[in-house]
Design a protein around this ligand. Structure first.
Ligand SMILES: NC(=O)CC[C@H](N)C(=O)O
Length: 402
């Protein structure tokens, strides 16, 4: 790909330097500085704040294929990481157009200012279509993103840094994304014109313990919205820590990095938990680590899946759901051992999107049923989990689709 500067003839104030030496010039937005990361593209049309604060994006630079970003500004509500004070989400961002001025009743800040505050380095004014096509052909590249308002770059040093970065494979980032302490989650789902309601954990019907590898808030909100008290434990928690809380069910969260690297400490814990009769539900990284715990293999994908418009088929019902996705690794379907069923597949490439243990209340999905952002087709999976908790208590099942 050749370097392009379609936005202006001015001196570039930001660069994207790929590990193969390609240099793409643009205009700097957000924070200044230099950072190495993997570049992916996200095809969602809405929800840029939720995307950029999703802890699973740690170690990545998100290229938005939607060209105009910023028109709803930034607010303090559309946040997905548990501890936004320390940046736990995308480290860089790439836009086609200049950031649009905010025009929305919820906007509290210009997106540019919000990116600066969060420490997210941005590059705008580049041909994101060409970059996306390049990623599709060549796979998600390692790169360095650099922003300097004076346009002072040591290009050879940036090329060397991009080339030297070892990439996401083998990288455990959950230890950085986890909130690191145990806490209780008390916020319910967002309601139009009302915002978030507070949960009353003392009155909740079920207790779910979440192992936090970089959990998204909306997952926790959907649990409280379904009458659950939610206790969040750090990624380092042991099976005894989970069982000591006497939960009705366990949730394995999403998170950044390579599941195989994270699995070194998390998989033995999951293996212990599977031996009990507790219902277990996993999403994304949690799904991949459940797969590893069962003896399956995970693999790095060519370009990954990042968007809010991916078709997935649920073999249990035969229905197709349009889902939110954010993953660069996948469970290799062929490696699923006997006694483990493939429940969901991607209709884009046939890759594995779900599994369950035959005869046990344990299942997980690769996609993001909590959406945030994205369609809510897959919310039923939370009700599927609640039904496992109900079954254990001898309560009748809820309809899966409300
Ligand atoms: N959203 C997630 O949990 C992502 C899982 C894992 N880090 C991947 O990229 O595949």
């Amino acid at each position: 790909m050749s370097a392009t500067t379609p936005w202006t003839t001015e001196t570039p104030t930001a660069l994207l330097v790929l590990a193969d030496g390609t240099v793409i010039e643009g205009k700097g937005v957000g924070a200044t500085g230099v950072i190495e990361a993997e570049v992916c593209f996200n095809t969602a049309l809405t929800g840029y704040q939720e995307i950029l604060t999703d802890p699973s994006y740690l170690g990545q630079i998100v290229t938005f294929t939607f060209p105009h970003i910023g028109n709803i500004g930034a607010n303090g509500e559309d946040i997905e990481d548990l501890t936004p004070a320390a940046r736990r989400g995308a480290v860089g961002v790439i836009f086609k157009a200049d950031i649009t001025d905010p025009s929305n009743y919820r906007s509290a800040q210009h997106l540019d200012q919000w990116l600066k505050t969060r420490g997210v380095i941005g590059l705008s004014g580049i041909d994101t279509r060409a970059l996306t096509a390049w990623i599709r052909e060549n796979g998600a590249p390692n790169a360095v993103i650099a922003h300097d308002p004076n346009g002072q770059f040591d290009i050879e040093a940036l090329k060397a840094r991009a080339k030297a970065w070892s990439g996401l494979e083998g990288l455990d980032l959950a230890k950085e994304a986890t909130s690191g302490q145990s806490s209780q989650w008390n916020e319910k789902p967002w309601v139009w014109n009302e915002g978030y309601d507070e949960a009353k954990p003392e009155e909740a019907a079920y207790h779910v313990v979440c192992l936090d590898y970089g959990v998204k808030r909306n997952i926790l909100r959907l649990f409280t919205g379904l009458d659950c008290k939610v206790t969040v434990l750090p990624a380092s928690a042991k099976a005894e820590d989970v069982l000591a809380l006497n939960p009705d069910g366990v949730f394995l969260s999403n998170g950044p990095g390579d599941p195989a690297a994270t699995g070194e400490y998390a998989v033995p814990v999951i293996q212990e938990l599977i031996k009990t009769d507790l219902p277990i539900f996993g999403i994304c990284l949690g799904h991949q680590m459940l797969g590893l715990a069962l003896g399956a293999k995970t693999e790095k994908m060519h370009q990954g899946h990042h968007g809010a418009n991916h078709p997935v088929k649920d073999h249990t019902t035969g229905k197709v759901e349009i889902v939110s996705m954010n993953h660069g690794f996948a469970v290799a379907s062929a490696s699923l051992p006997e006694g483990v069923e493939e429940t969901h597949v991607s209709l884009f490439d046939g890759s594995n999107c779900g599994l369950k243990i035959t005869g046990k209340p344990v299942f997980s999905v690769q996609h993001h049923p909590e959406a945030s952002p994205g369609p809510q087709d897959s919310h039923y999976l939370f009700r599927r989990f609640i039904n496992l908790l109900r079954e254990k208590k001898g309560e009748p099942a809820l309809a899966e689709r409300a």
